[in-house]
Structure formats: structure tokens, C-alpha cells
Design a protein around this ligand. Structure first.
Ligand code: GRF
Length: 196
């Protein structure tokens, strides 16, 4: 695949980084014409940092400081990201709400993956809430990030049927498997639109 036309990505994580890994694996397999230029974590103990180091990707830990406002923190993110001139900011389990400052700066270029069939079940603890409501279906959504939480335009979704034996742990595992398929696919859809 051509590196000249490859989409430049910056990935933000807070934890395991399995979605980052799925995207990197798709790139390595030649299925995604993109390049991850930088991975940022807000936590030093995020396992995704180990995954990124193993993949030879530049990593940066930007920890929130005591007394720092959301905008001040996000300004640090912007300063770290801007030199990479990314086409897309990929939120992959980044457990912070981004400020309007950040969202305006990268307007229309931020995507997120959320473990529910948006617009249903915005926010946290989606697996528990879906089970408590007795839902038949659950899923994952990749969407653009706007100032309203989990409300931006949807790019792709995957739906599963909830089994009587499912609990929050099995749902999390099943949803993760779906996420690993749809996140690279969503980025490919954006590449296809951009390069048209
Ligand atoms: C995923 O379930 C994603 O939907 C949510 O955070 C989780 C991140 O998982 N936003 P991982 O760190 O990519 O393994």
C-alpha cells in the first residue's frame, strides 16, 4: 500500500488498547492504508502503551495534573498532537470527556468507539444497563465526536443478539470482538470517502 496516500492517525487510549491493536493489526496486514503516528495515554499504567511500544509506535503519557482544568489538559494534548498533522484522531477507550476547545480544534476529525447501539445507552456501564433493561440486542458503534457526548454522526454499527446466558462479562467480551472488526472498517470507510 502507498505510504504517500496513507491516512495519518493519532490514537488516544486509557487502558488495554485492544482496539488500538486491532487497528494496528489491520494496517500491518495491509488491509488499512493508514499509519499511526502517535499513541497518547492519560495513564502511565495503560497496557496499550506496551502494545504500542511492541509495534514501534511513538507513545506519550500525558497525565492530568492536580488543579488543571479540562481545557488546560486538552491544550497539552493539542500541543502533542499538532506536530503530527493527523488526518484523524482515534479515541480507543480514552476515558476522558474532551473539551469544546479540543473538539473545535480537530473539528470533524475525531472518531470514537462506544459499546452500545447508539443513540441507545450513551455513557458508562452499557453492558449492565442493557441487561437490566432486558434488551434483546446489544452492539457497538463508531461515530464522529461532537460536543454532545456520544451523539455525533454514526459511521458503522455492529449488532449482536443477547443470549439468556449472557452476563456483563460475556457481553463485554462479545462486544470487544465486534469492535475489533468494525473500528478498522470504519477508518477504511473514511479513507474511501477522503480519497475519492
Ligand atoms: C471499548 O469497549 C470501547 O467501546 C470503549 O472502551 C473500551 C476500550 O477497550 N470506549 P480497549 O482499551 O480498546 O481494549
Amino acid at each position: 500500500m502507498s505510504t504517500e496516500t496513507a491516512l495519518t492517525l493519532v490514537v488516544l487510549i486509557s487502558g488495554e488498547g485492544s482496539n488500538f491493536q486491532a487497528i494496528q493489526d489491520a494496517i500491518d496486514a495491509g488491509k488499512l492504508n493508514a499509519r499511526i503516528s502517535l499513541l497518547i495515554s492519560n495513564r502511565a499504567d495503560a497496557n496499550g502503551l506496551n502494545r504500542a511500544s511492541r509495534a514501534g509506535i511513538d507513545c506519550s503519557v500525558i497525565k492530568p495534573l492536580r488543579g488543571q482544568s479540562r481545557s488546560e489538559y486538552d491544550q497539552k494534548l493539542i500541543e502533542a498532537i499538532d506536530p503530527h498533522t493527523p488526518d484523524l484522531i482515534v479515541l480507543a477507550g480514552f476515558m476522558r470527556i474532551l473539551s469544546p476547545l479540543f473538539i473545535k480544534h480537530f473539528c470533524g476529525r475525531i472518531i470514537n468507539i462506544h459499546p452500545s447501539l447508539l443513540p441507545a445507552y450513551k455513557g458508562l456501564d452499557t453492558h449492565q444497563r442493557v441487561l437490566a433493561a432486558g434488551e434483546k440486542y446489544h452492539g457497538a458503534t463508531v461515530h464522529y465526536v461532537t460536543e454532545e457526548l456520544d451523539a455525533g454522526e454514526r459511521i458503522i454499527q455492529s449488532r449482536i443478539t443477547i443470549d439468556a446466558k449472557d452476563n456483563a462479562t460475556t457481553l463485554q467480551q462479545r462486544i470487544h470482538r465486534e469492535e475489533h472488526i468494525i473500528y478498522p472498517r470504519a477508518i477504511q470507510l473514511i479513507i474511501d470517502q477522503t480519497r475519492r
